[in-house]
Design a protein around this ligand. Structure first.
Ligand code: ARG
Length: 587
């Protein structure tokens, strides 16, 4: 594979060697290079180094400048500015040649190298609950988790998905008992579609709840059913499985609507760890990490206290011997670390569960399951808010069904697409509407920092102006249309050409794609990639305003500009794909 060193990395290396030649003790120091408005790059690192070496920063900077080779190959010009900054201008030829190498990479990676030492990250995301409707809260986990996975995979990290679905707990006693007494209420999973599955599950849920609340004798039978489930009674397990299968039919239909691939072998819910729970408890008790308290097995933390300054423990095993959510998560950690050989555990879960994870992770660290080499992170995301700034609800005050919300987004997108559509058939409009609507929902979520709340505002999301996926999709489609219009004229790089300022700005940004993905992946920050793509589209727009493409002065310039267009399109396409968003060819 042809991997390309980014211009900023090349300059960085240049500066570092000029620096260590000047000041041997600065070997390995970071020249702190960043993009700058004054020149292409600015390096600020000399200031601190001079201070440490008790040297005059401007003098040091001047000597370093004298050691940086300048010319056509990379650095065209470097000068000292201010108290000892370096302003660096890249040669036009170097920009074009670098982009040409990215363009020539036929692996679709745009010349971006793979990580030298990738690890294995288990990503816990998209975890709905059995027999329950998916709501807007489940959206964020799915969308953010999928994007993080896309970005991590691109860096070369091996990712394994885990959909820790809520498929266990006392509520199953009630559901199963109801089904025992009302057989046939759930049609076989093979016979229903997602919508039917959910409406059956809803009906059974409501009906069983009603009997449970009204009938003491049923409540007692439901309680005994929980015991039967936990002890592995065959008939009970079969009915439980029916709830799980039926729910999966529904989950798959929603994920399909979300345009997201979910693999069956990665749906590993709470119940999957049942066989490990007793051992998990035993190991924690033997090591003393967990202690008996009022009959329960618990882990205490000095700094986690509730009302009246009483310590809040993590409950590994209840006094009645039952295991709950924490035991399942602790067992899952053992499985992920020792069987899946994960180096990183990433949990994309609502920030409201962050205390749970803090306790679970700390317990696992004390036990040695997590350590400096195997770390865990809760990517806790904020709440989706309505236009009124309160948690997003329907007008009737109910939680919003995820499906309804997605349907509405697609419908709104259809209006936008239809209005703009020039040569699209009705089928094409519907297909684009799905890509635009779902893309809009995903992008709105991904373009804000995950730990912040964000407002769900469909009007804004499908707007053609501003920081939206539709804007990016239109930019992509416009470029594709220019490339079609070019007909026989093929994009080709001409490094000998001088570049317009708008071409330079676009080119330097294109070169930064790989560095951006690596940074965003390392920080679990999809919004950094989203911001990069938005800026890419904006830079492209101003390039397009200032530099005629098909009507450029010379045939070479037409080809070179087409090449910039095409590389922009490819970069947009790749970046959006990492975020899980489609880029239609025509809009
Ligand atoms: N199913 C849970 C919920 O809806 C989320 C599970 C998160 N993952 C985990 N390993 N606990 O709240």
């Amino acid at each position: 594979m042809a991997s390309v060193t980014s211009l900023s990395d090349s300059v960085q290396q240049h500066l570092a060697s000029a620096l260590s030649a000047t000041l041997p003790e600065a070997a390995g120091a970071d020249p702190l290079l960043r993009r700058s408005d004054r020149a292409d790059f600015q390096a600020n690192g000399i200031l601190a180094l001079a201070k440490k070496a008790k040297a005059n920063p401007r003098e040091l900077a001047t000597t370093v400048v004298g050691r940086v080779a300048t010319g056509d190959e990379l650095v065209k010009d470097v000068e000292v500015s201010g108290p000892g900054f370096l302003n660096i201008t890249i040669a036009d030829r170097a920009i074009t040649a670098n982009l040409a190498a990215r363009y020539a990479d036929d692996t679709g990676r745009l010349g971006v190298p793979l990580a030298a030492h990738p690890g294995t990250t288990v990503v816990d995301y998209a975890q709905p609950n059995v027999a329950k409707e998916m709501h807007v809260g489940h959206l964020r986990s799915a969308v953010i988790g999928d994007a993080l996975r896309g970005m991590l995979d691109f860096t070369g990290e091996k990712t394994i998905g885990r959909h820790h679905i809520g498929d266990w707990g006392t509520q199953f006693g009630m559901l199963i008992q109801y089904l025992v007494e009302n057989p046939g209420e759930l049609a076989p999973a093979a016979d229903v579609d997602g919508e039917q599955a959910m409406s059956n599950l809803n009906r059974v849920y409501k009906a069983s709840r009603a009997v449970f609340d009204a009938d003491e004798a049923f409540k007692e039978r439901a309680r005994r059913r929980v015991v039967a489930l936990q002890s592995g009674d065959k008939e009970t397990l079969e009915l439980w499985q029916q709830f799980v299968d039926e729910s999966k039919v529904y989950f798959y239909s929603v994920f399909e609507k979300l345009d997201m691939e979910i693999r069956d072998e990665e749906i590993v819910g709470e119940s999957a760890y049942n066989d490990m729970m007793a051992e998990t408890a035993r190991l924690l008790e033997e090591s003393g990490v967990a202690v008996r308290s009022e009959g329960a097995l618990v882990v205490f933390f000095d700094d986690i206290r509730g009302k009246d300054d009483q310590p809040v423990p993590l409950i590994v095993q209840k006094a009645d011997g039952g295991f709950g959510y924490a035991a399942s998560d602790l067992s899952a950690i053992r499985n992920r670390v020792f069987d899946l050989h994960a180096s990183t555990l990433l949990y994309v879960v609502d920030v409201r569960q962050s205390l749970h994870f803090r306790m679970v992770f700390e317990a696992a660290r004390r036990q040695g399951w997590l350590n400096d080499d195997v770390t865990a992170h809760n990517m806790g995301y904020g709440t989706v808010l309505g236009a009124d700034g309160k948690p997003f609800k329907t007008r009737a005050g109910e939680t919003v069904r995820l499906e309804d919300l997605l349907d509405e987004a697609v419908q709104r997108a259809a209006e936008v697409v239809r209005e703009k559509a020039q040569d699209l058939t009705e089928d094409e409009i519907q297909e684009r509407a799905a890509q635009v609507g779902i893309g809009a929902v995903k992008y709105a979520d991904l373009s804000t920092s995950p730990n912040r709340d964000y407002k769900f505002d469909l009007d804004q999301m499908v707007s053609l102006n501003g920081d939206t996926s539709v804007y990016l999709q239109y930019a992509y489609a416009r470029i594709r249309s220019i490339l079609r219009k070019a007909g026989e004229v093929r994009p080709a790089a001409h490094p000998e050409l001088e570049l317009h300022a708008a071409e330079r700005a676009l080119g330097l940004h294109l070169d930064a794609f790989g560095d951006t993905v690596f940074e965003a992946a390392a920080e679990y920050a999809p919004h950094k990639l989203a911001a990069y793509l938005y800026q890419l589209a904006s830079l492209y727009t101003s390039f397009y305003d200032k530099c005629p493409v098909l009507k450029a002065d010379t045939p070479q310039q037409v080809e070179n500009r087409l090449f910039l267009c095409d590389l922009t399109a490819r970069t947009l396409h790749r970046g959006m794909a990492l975020l899980g968003i489609r880029t239609p060819e025509k809009l």
